[in-house]
Design a protein around this ligand. Structure first.
Ligand code: ATP
Ligand code: ZN
Length: 722
């Protein structure tokens, strides 16, 4: 019998383990295959997770086909196993993230091109001659490229092919980007940068696992420092991955990378065209792509020679994927380095408490950059006490901040007004009956987007037109917008500074990433005077003319009442203030707050980040919060409230008792309803990660199974408690 090789195949579905199939020859682990699953044919990957058991070969099904794609690299397979294990997700669901670009599994089609043959056409016209002159360089041209360059229609080129003056040739596909050159344009590094860069280079030369934390003030020039590590890895023939938390951040990074290494890296994020994704995926797999700058999902690209991962803005919450496989890309990057034996570099002006503690414990190399590259000081921070100097009625900017904007504009500089609220107003209510507009699917208010004339839910995407009359009491003209969003702030800015060019930057910008990149470039060139933005503009960007930052509502993040609220607010405000004065001018930041005595505000005003973080670490230690313990959130959800609640209770009742493990809840989630699903939360706390995982596994195995449309999501190391 020919089919005699039993193999394990992992399928990209929510299955707990790989399945056994038969092949007619041994296949390397990682090989991508097509196998039958019930009535369907599905993709799978030959896995090496367990030796196949004794088999009754008669019952096993054969592999249908072996795809011509390169096998998934061994380190990526180990990463998939690790992430599944750590996040308690089915391994198939993690594999799915690595196999998302299925079109890339077929070989890339060669490009059709034309080339001169030397034969003359039977009749020469001016148009034909122009084409032949251009193509006379002997190189192969794409048909459309040649027609455009010669200023003729495609039919002229076709005619020449028919006549035999041009011939069709097939070219191998062009690489996505040229290879970066490690010493293309090394910058002149400051003393501190050079020292930090040398440390990183040494770690990369070791070709072994290590983690370095670059902890340097805003504008310190951390990018050039981690580029040193990248240069070293590229020199050693290794691929480099640079993770960024937001696509909006990548455009400047791409340009700076290109300036440093002679060609841009490949990029990877959700807004790329399918064609480009396909080509980047293949290039990463076959090694023609040497460097990638991307969002968290780039971690699951099939790197064949990965030798360095950089996590820029490592503290950023956007690294946490909150749906499907719930994972933190920074933590998984560190695990990847450990599994595959390469260094990982974390960088931030405001490192997370977790990374700081790891550095303090000596697990991470701690690299400090205390000065801005330009030599300028950090912005002077001014806390504006809203109790003493409130804005005028119906306004958001206090007289002090208005005056500072006025001065800044008079100097010809830019001002950034920061408000982390999209839209026009976070709440619309009826003055007559008090009716509030809430989402029908979520326990949230609808946010007015006045430019588009809609009320929108930021959780489920529900939208409705803003009515003329109150739907509850029918009163006309009774609806009022409460509280400011960025759109409303622009209205105020236009009113106060009618001459100034203002621009709103938020994720609502129509036109997606391309538009956003254009707007950011415009700001960089000084084409706007007042920039009004959400957290999208808070970090990473360099706007050379910006010297004033006004934080409209510094208290916004503090109200959330979770263990990281203070840390996150401090980080965000430090980052946004740090956009000012990066080109060497003196600069200022104003924080409007109702709580000027809050430790976050006093630390920012006093320029004492270390003291703030020391206190944070200490309070986490005292409270037994991470990283001094480990947490997992369990979210039980379902379309019926009672059923969801009862399931959460039943789970709690089935929890094993163990010294050192604590189970809290269930409690109704602060966001009690999202997308029509009622949510209840449980929280587990354990002394160590090992204990947490062991306990969770035992519990989930013994707990009643979620049936019907109930769902149980496990969030290990939760960032969100909503
Ligand atoms: N060695 C260098 N030579 C020339 N310019 C540099 C050098 N290092 C840094 N710069 C410039 O200094 C500015 C700040 O650098 P960079 O953006 O790397 O800071 P950062 O440390 O990442 O700050 P943040 O954390 O605020 O994003 C940039 O405009 C950058 O081009
Ligand atoms: Zn909603």
């Amino acid at each position: 019998m020919p089919d005699t090789f039993p193999l394990q195949v992992l399928l990209p579905y929510a299955l707990e383990r790989s399945y056994t199939y038969l092949a007619d020859r041994p296949l390397e682990p990682g090989t991508i295959v097509v196998v039958p699953l019930g009535p369907r044919e599905v993709l799978g990957v030959v896995w090496d997770d367990e030796a196949p058991q004794t088999l009754n070969a008669g019952k096993l099904k054969p592999i249908e086909a072996v795809l011509p794609a390169l096998p998934l690299p061994h380190p990526l397979m180990r990463l998939v196993d690790f992430v599944a294990d750590y996040t308690l997700s089915p391994p198939g669901m993690v594999l799915r993230m690595a196999l998302r670009v299925t079109a890339a599994l077929a070989p890339e089609k060669p490009v059709a091109a034309v080339r001169v043959t030397g034969m003359a056409p039977d009749r020469s016209t001016a148009a034909r001659q122009r084409v032949l002159d251009l193509a006379g360089d002997g190189l192969a041209w794409s048909k459309s490229g040649l027609a455009t360059a010669a200023g003729v229609s495609a039919s002229v080129v076709d005619g020449l092919v028919k006549q035999g003056a041009l011939e069709m040739v097939l070219l191998p596909p062009r690489p996505v980007t040229r290879s970066p050159v490690p010493d293309f344009a090394p910058p002149e590094l400051s003393g501190a940068q050079a020292e930090a860069g040398a440390q990183l280079r040494a770690l990369v030369r070791d070709e072994a696992f290590s983690v370095a934390l670059i902890d340097g003030v805003t504008g310190a020039g951390k990018t050039e420092v981690f580029f040193e590590a990248a240069a070293e890895a590229l020199e050693k023939g290794r691929q480099v991955l640079i993770l960024m938390p937001e696509i909006a951040l990548t455009s400047q990074a791409l340009e700076r990378f290109a300036a440093r290494f002679g060609s841009p890296p490949a990029e990877w994020h959700s807004e790329m065209s399918p064609k480009l994704r396909e080509r980047v995926w293949r290039g990463v797999a076959d090694g023609t792509v040497r460097a990638v700058v991307g969002a968290r999902s780039a971690l699951f690209l099939p790197f064949c020679e990965l030798g360095l991962v950089v996590v820029d803005e490592e503290h950023d919450g956007a690294y946490k994927q909150e749906e499907g496989v719930i994972y933190h890309a920074r933590d998984m990057a560190v695990a990847y380095g450990h599994l595959a034996g390469f260094p990982v570099v974390l960088s931030s002006a405001t490192p997370s408490v977790e990374s700081r503690v790891n550095a303090q414990r000596g697990r991470y190399r701690h690299i400090h950059l205390d000065q801005r590259y330009s030599g300028a000081g950090l912005p002077d921070v001014d806390v504006v006490d809203l109790r003493e100097a409130p804005p005028e009625r119906g306004r958001s900017l206090s007289p002090k901040l208005v005056e500072a904007v006025r001065q800044t504009l008079a100097q010809g500089h830019q001002a950034l007004l920061f408000l982390n609220r999209r839209g026009y107003a976070p709440l619309t209510l009826c003055r007559h009956c008090g009716h509030r507009f809430t989402c029908p699917n979520c326990s949230t208010w609808l946010v007015e987007h006045r430019f588009r004339g809609v009320l929108a839910c930021h959780h489920c995407g529900h939208e409705e037109r803003r009515p003329e009359a109150c739907p509850a009491c029918g009163a006309e003209d009774s609806l009022v917008a409460c509280g400011p969003g960025v759109e409303r702030l622009q209205e105020e800015a236009l009113d106060l500074f009618p001459e100034a060019r203002s621009l709103v930057l938020s994720s609502d910008l129509a036109g997606g990433v391309q538009r956003l990149r254009l707007e950011l470039a415009a700001v960089e060139k000084g084409e706007a005077d007042i920039i009004i933005g959400t957290q999208l503009v808070a970090k990473g960007h360099n706007f050379p003319k910006l010297t004033l930052v006004g934080v409209v509502d510094a208290d916004l993040g503090l109200a959330q009442g979770d263990p990281r609220a203070a840390e996150r607010t401090f980080q965000l405000l430090t980052q946004v203030a740090g956009r000012a004065g990066r080109a060497g001018q003196s600069s200022r930041a104003f924080l409007q707050t109702w709580q000027p005595g809050h430790p976050v505000m006093t630390a920012l005003a006093g320029g004492q980040p270390e003291a703030f973080f020391e206190a944070e670490v200490e309070s986490r230690r005292r409270g037994g919060l991470p990283p001094f313990s480990r947490l997992a959130g369990i979210i039980v959800s379902g379309p019926e409230r009672a059923a969801a609640q009862e399931h959460a209770r039943a789970m709690a009742r089935s929890a094993p008792r163990e010294e050192g493990v604590e189970l809290l809840g269930p409690a109704e989630a602060p966001l009690a309803l999202i997308r029509g699903r009622y949510r209840f939360r449980l929280l587990v706390r354990a002394a160590s990660s090992n204990q947490l995982h062991r306990w969770l596994r035992a519990w989930l195995a013994a707990a009643p199974k979620a049936r019907g449309n109930l769902r149980v999501a496990v969030d290990v190391d939760p960032q969100s408690f909503l």
